[in-house]
Design a protein around this ligand. Structure first.
Ligand SMILES: Cc1ncc(COP(=O)(O)O)c(C=O)c1O
Length: 377
């Protein structure tokens, strides 16, 4: 089967770029002496996981219990569920743990700590818990100097849980405007979580795991002393937001949406394709970057970008492809049915719109496999 035979729109994954991205991140983290706990929320696919993990016994991170369920079903057991836990999930977590998942959870407040501890006692299950630390004011977490940190730690450790450590996610790195700023953010991320770990230890509490992670900070971290593991996800595929941050190049982006030309509005300079926001997602992450890529960068069937050709607008199932304003490039002549590959702003969001990856290698157009992916909760 060739790309040209596929019905569009569909999701294409370049396996050679995937392998290269994974090898680069692994080599970087190996050199820094920390382990990788890949975040599989981007991929949601066991076939991708097999290219990222060295063995099924390796640790992973997930963003939903459905992912935990799915990866456990494929033999992956060391799982961190990295979204703050709530009591309505305790039953599912207990079930996954009974079925052999070494599932750990995160939380960032006393109410959650008390609830998890009460559940651990009632079910005689020492649930491993990481305390989420706020390293950048981006989202959730306890700031390292907050007295709640030790109180949460003690509530867990004395309450029947396994206090496994601390974790943080430098989500602000997605808004950095230079590589120097990402490097500074990586230091800030590390310092916050290491300080929190030391605070817990000074209070006599255990803290074996010190976990950080975002693709920009993982990519540019230069010193991870005191950190034990890195969680990164989008690095496997990369996307235009990461390219805009200089975390990768356009040539590293492994994911694209295959689309077909369905018509033209020549007087407007538009090429209309059969991939709209349903196929690309509504994510406009590059809108706030220096180079706005619209809904995606348009490439030929083999993945080579056309100069300054982007998807400027999207309806549900229609994409409007046009030249970037101000460019001197010429609009390519693309007849009805011509296939294009569109690189996404945000790989996690675009992937979530699809049920499978069609695998290609490099600039070839042969489909070597179709890998299913999961969605939902
Ligand atoms: C808790 C947590 N850890 C790690 C990551 C990985 O970040 P990235 O996709 O930038 O690698 C995320 C991403 O949202 C996250 O929420």
């Amino acid at each position: 089967m060739k790309l040209g035979q596929l019905e569009t729109p569909c999701l294409v994954l370049d396996e050679s770029r995937l392998e290269r991205n994974v090898a680069r991140m692994r080599a970087h983290l190996d050199a820094l002496g920390v382990s990788l706990r890949p975040h599989l929320k981007t991929a949601k696919s066991i076939d991708v996981a097999r290219r990222v993990l060295r063995a099924l016994d390796d640790p992973i991170t997930v963003s939903t219990l459905k992912e935990a369920e799915y990866f456990l079903g494929h033999g992956v057991r060391d799982i961190l569920y990295a979204v703050g836990v709530t009591p309505n999930k305790f039953g599912h977590i207990a079930d996954l743990r009974k079925r052999g998942a070494r599932l750990a959870v995160i939380l960032d407040n006393l109410d959650a700590a008390r609830a998890v501890a009460a559940h651990a006692r009632a079910s005689a299950d020492r649930i491993p818990v990481l305390i989420e630390i706020d390293c950048d004011g981006h989202r959730s977490g306890i700031v390292p100097g907050d007295p709640d940190l030790v109180e949460v730690g003690r509530t867990l450790a004395d309450g029947g849980c396994e206090l496994r450590g601390v974790m943080t996610h430098a989500g602000s790195s997605y808004n950095c405007e230079s590589v120097a700023a990402i490097k500074a953010m990586a230091l800030q991320e590390r310092d916050a979580v290491v300080t929190a770990a030391n605070t817990l230890r000074a209070a006599g509490l255990p803290c074996p795991v010190v976990s950080v992670g975002s693709t920009p900070t993982a990519t540019y971290a230069e010193n991870l002393a005191g950190v034990t593991e890195v969680r990164a996800g989008v690095f496997m595929f990369f996307d235009l937001v990461m390219a805009g941050l200089q975390v990768c190049t356009i040539e590293d982006i492994a994911l694209s949406v295959l689309a077909s030309v369905i018509g033209h509005q020549r007087e407007k300079g538009w090429i209309i394709v059969d991939a709209g926001w349903m196929a690309m997602s509504r994510d406009r992450g590059t809108a706030k970057q220096k180079l706005d890529q619209g809904y995606g960068v348009v490439c030929d069937t083999y993945g080579k970008p056309y100069p300054d050709l982007i998807m400027v607008d999207a309806n549900q199932e229609h994409g409007v492809v046009a030249l970037r304003p101000g460019t001197r490039a010429a609009l390519p002549e693309l007849p009805l049915g011509a296939q294009l590959r569109i690189l996404p702003n945000h790989a996690c969001a675009t992937g979530a719109q699809h049920q499978a990856y069609q695998l290609v290698r490099g600039d070839g157009d042969a489909i070597s496999a179709s890998w299913p992916r999961i969605g939902g909760w």
